[in-house]
Ligand binder design. Structure first.
Ligand SMILES: [Zn+2]
Length: 246
């Protein structure tokens, strides 16, 4: 289905990129993603994906906006305090492009849940959700874009164990919850680092949908805000991984 004059106008800066172009914008319009977490990572990620015209976006979060979120969750304002995060973020996305299909799910992702997106985006803040989503992505052969941020550092990767034979899964990278696993509530985090990380997650998703460039499959991008550097770590499939070993 060809693009309308309005779509061509709206997405001109993506159409001008040879790696995306008109066909890429059409792929974005046909794409379906589920974003697990509407906070500091899910916010910027969702805003960029809606702006790029991703046709169906599902937002999962059971939390409500608190004043202490506003230091980094820039999709919300003071007036949003007490409101459901998934619902309020979905409203923001609809305002960007009313032609998109945006759904909010006011629940925490847990085993037994079935997010509909062809691409799953892990923007959660706890290992229980991360492990459950990784298992779901592997079992249901979905791509998993994963991001995390803490202190001054962020990390981004794409896990494709259910889709590509030799690709590692999240649990090959993090076999079990670290002993000192703490949520953002207990440790500090530099607001812009969450924005960089969430934006990088949107970028990886856009690349997966359009086929542009090389996605971070089997690689972890580590962002260090204090030194202003970023480095890449290679990740192999763990042959003893409880999720993806065969
Ligand atoms: Zn694995």
């Amino acid at each position: 289905m060809s693009l309308t004059a309005e779509e061509i106008d709206r997405h001109r800066r993506h159409i001008l990129l040879k790696e995306i172009g008109g066909p890429g914008v059409q792929k974005l319009r046909a794409a379906s993603v589920s974003i697990i977490g509407a906070g500091a990572l899910g916010g910027p990620c969702a805003l960029y994906l809606a702006a790029a015209g991703v046709g169906r976006i599902e937002i999962w979060d059971d939390d409500t906006v608190e004043r202490s979120n506003l230091q980094r969750q820039i999709q919300f304002g003071a007036a949003d305090a007490g409101a459901g995060k998934a619902e309020r973020l979905a409203e923001r996305l609809c305002a960007i492009d009313p032609d998109l299909t945006i759904l909010s799910v006011a629940r925490r992702f847990a085993p037994g849940e079935t997010p509909a997106g062809d691409i799953l985006i892990d923007a959660s803040d706890n290992f229980e959700t991360r492990f459950a989503l990784n298992r779901f992505a592997h079992a249901h052969r979905r791509l998993l874009v994963s991001g995390a941020a803490s202190g001054w550092t962020g990390q981004v990767s794409v896990f494709a164990s259910g889709v590509q034979g030799d690709a590692p899964c999240y649990q090959c990278w993090v076999p079990e919850s670290p002993p000192a696993a703490e949520a953002c509530d207990e440790v500090g985090v530099a607001g812009p680092v969450t924005g960089i990380t969430g934006s990088a997650m949107a970028l990886e998703t856009l690349k997966l949908i359009t086929g542009a460039g090389t996605p971070l499959i089997g690689r972890i991008q580590l962002i260090d805000g204090l030194s202003g550097t970023s480095r890449m770590v290679r990740l192999m499939r763990d042959t003893s991984c409880p999720v993806c070993h065969v």
